[in-house]
Ligand binder design. Sequence first.
Ligand SMILES: Cc1ncc(COP(=O)(O)O)c(C=O)c1O
Length: 392
Amino acid sequence: MIVQQSNFNSLLAITNRPPVVMVEGHGSWLIDSDGKRYLDFIQGWAVNCLGHTPSLLVEAVNRQAARLFNPSPAFYNDQAIRLANLLTEHSCLDRVFFTNCGAEANEGAIKLARKWGSLYKHGAYEIITMDNSFHGRTLATMSASGKPKWKELFEPKVPGFIQVPFNDLAAVAAAVSEHTVAIMVEPIQGEAGVIPATKEFLHGLRQLADKENLLLILDEVQTGMGRTGTLFAYQQAEAEPDIMTLGKGIGGGVPLAAVLAKEMISCFEPGDQGGTYNGNPLMTAVGVSVMEAMLESSFFRKVQENGEFLRKQLEELSRHHGLGVVRGSGMLLALLLPTPIASTIAEQAFEQGLIINAPRPDVLRFMPALNVSREEIETCITILGEVLTRCK
Ligand SMILES: Cc1ncc(COP(=O)(O)O)c(C=O)c1O
């Protein structure tokens, strides 16, 4: 297929993209219109949890496409019910609202917390969020996010968010006022450069929320659905959320996300929340297949083992090239660099057929398919090693 520059120009420019067009993907491999193959260790920003076009999900889409796309959110549908049941059976939450992306899920979480505050906490509405956090690109979720570059963007922002330093329990406690309704946090700050919340911090937030009658909202859009080696990251800390948001991996690549809440928080009334596509069976049928794949007995053991393998390989590479630490868990890992050359490395890796990204000038991030093979991990390390040698 011949792709001309003028073809790109009919798309609204929202990010810098390399001048290639992706046309196909299978497992860990993405293929452009010239037939060049790329080993994909980003997978649509941690979205394709089972790799590109896995046959299981292709079958789920086809099966459901032949039955029913969307009966309207005014009706129950069997796939949304199945997926909601699977999620509530395997988490500490009781109710699910499906959305189309992570930002919309967080928007729903914010609305639910505010509704709860208006009903049960004398109109409390403020949500404490973290410096450098990322919760999405709607106006409210940009307002909630602690990304420094967004401070002056799209003013005036949605009021009611207070940012405090991440992993600083005393700062969170000091920010609580009579207006506070919730604390919102990512178990690992992915976009900030894969910075894990400490177990003490998450556990402390849970205790603080209990003491002050606040809701704990965990944004597991990036960390949930097996990414960190367990179905949800909160399962590795003593910090059960009152509200949890999921996205990315839940749809295995199709637009699906969710807000989950404890029964006592589930206070939306008819008309408060909804949307044309929310919980449509075409997407939720895929979500059911993703969940079923993850619930196979050895799924998480393999994610943990292969995640450890990737970590060790990255640590070895780091030692060899004099780089920094590897942080994160499961299949959400970052390699720290001593100088701000991450974008250059990511660009050169792309040239060599490896997709990784640079969430910070000195951080490389790795989010392969959860079922990536050891051979593919070794290939990633070989290509990255060659690029690093050349960049010295
Ligand atoms: C923690 C977190 N929350 C929310 C979002 C937004 O999700 P989406 O891009 O699906 O709206 C992201 C996306 O990267 C994320 O990492």
